[in-house]
Unconditional design. Structure first.
Length: 366
């Protein structure tokens, strides 16, 4: 008796759940987490806020998460060079849920979404889960988006939702703002459709957030997360910024009280500590740049990175190399991009362990 013996939906037959292996090894650099635990004063503040929330757990939480959305709007305004208010911001359990709500609202049966691959594979998987047709758009061999072919794909396919991940996962490179603008124009001319800019890694970028592009573009959505820069992957808090009409629209599909009082309290505590959390971001950016430089010095090819991870190669058999690195106690990610692997920036000690492992491998190959 297995899944396929049940009357599951046809499109789920023979599929496996998404997720990287959760292996118990000394150095885990495979899921783009922040390696630094939350600082102790923040842990204290979370405890206080959650204790307060616990006294009211007999009641449903604030369904509209107004205080939290206000603080997220303040954070975006402070860091994004563009003023947004509570009416522009929506939050959910991880940006995966934000993406799901967007696809439930703007995709669905009879509709399609496009992403430029390789990119974040959950975009396509959530599309499938919401009955949205998925179109795999092209990238060049160097993983940049070729504007002419991307525009052509949008014009021909007329998708209802366009995903642009910048910085892109798993490749690490950012998409130039001019390209995002041109794709937005192409998407409006073709349909019009919603353009979702997934900025999960933007705090690690050399460049700025694309938030200012929201001005005068009601079909643009910027999605963000507290899983990476805030070091709070376990919290499950993602959010979006967009025209207030988009915020109203996603509320048509959200489950009532989707964000628990405990989640809201924890996220609010973290937002009180953005200063110290963003200092870790600076350390991670420096470590990311060191990984790029050292991997190149060892003789690997490296894709430019604006994220907290680095894509490196090329390998005749990336999976075999993944296993050899794992045999040396370091878990990296094989995203299935032929010839390439991805390593998340960890602490300096973790990165040293990784660099030692791949240095050794390179010597063995020579
Ligand atoms: N977008 C991108 C590009 C990601 O890489 C990830 C996490 N790997 C997410 C969204 C989802 O993150 P979360 O649900 O933790 O916010």
């Amino acid at each position: 008796m297995g899944i396929d013996d049940l009357p599951v939906r046809d499109e789920l037959r023979g599929k496996s759940p998404y997720g990287a292996p959760q292996l118990d090894v000394p150095v885990r650099l495979n899921t783009n987490e922040n390696p630094y635990p939350l600082p102790e004063p923040l842990v204290e503040r979370i405890t206080e806020r959650v204790r307060e929330a616990a006294r009211n757990l007999n009641r449903y939480p604030d369904r509209d998460a107004v205080e939290l959305r206000t603080e997220l709007a303040n954070y975006l305004t402070k860091t994004g060079k563009y003023a947004v208010g509570v009416e522009n911001v929506w939050a959910a359990n991880g940006s995966n849920e934000v993406i799901q709500q967007l696809l439930q609202t703007f995709g669905g049966p009879g509709r399609t979404a496009i992403g430029f691959e390789p990119s974040y594979s959950m975009h396509g998987l959530i599309a499938r889960g919401t009955g949205t047709g998925w179109i795999s758009g092209p990238r060049r061999d160097d993983f940049t988006i070729d504007l002419a072919t991307a525009r052509q794909a949008i014009a021909e396919e007329r998708p209802d939702v366009v995903f642009i991940t910048t910085p892109n996962n798993p490749t690490g490179n950012a998409v130039p703002p001019e390209t995002v603008l041109a794709l937005y124009e192409a998407a409006q001319a073709a349909k019009p459709s919603m353009v979702v800019v997934d900025e999960a890694y933007i705090e690690f970028s050399h460049g700025d957030s694309l938030l200012p592009l929201l001005e005068g573009r009601p079909n643009l959505v910027v999605s963000r997360t507290m899983s990476k820069a805030f070091g709070a992957a376990g919290l499950r808090l993602g959010y979006l910024a967009a025209h207030p009409a988009v915020v109203d629209a996603v509320q048509l599909v959200r489950l009532p009280y989707h964000l628990s009082a405990v989640t809201q309290a924890t996220a609010l505590a973290a937002l009180e500590h953005t200063g110290v959390l963003l200092k870790y971001v600076e350390q991670l950016k420096a470590e990311r740049d060191r990984l790029v430089a050292e991997l190149r010095a060892i003789g690997y090819e490296v894709t430019e990175s604006d994220a907290n991870f680095v894509q490196f190669g090329r390998f005749a058999d990336a999976h075999e190399i993944w296993q050899k690195i794992l045999d040396r106690g370091v878990l990296v990610r094989d995203n299935g991009v032929p010839g390439w692997l991805r390593v998340s920036a960890g602490t300096p000690e973790e990165n040293d362990a990784f660099l030692d492992a791949v240095r050794e491998l390179k010597k063995d190959q020579e």
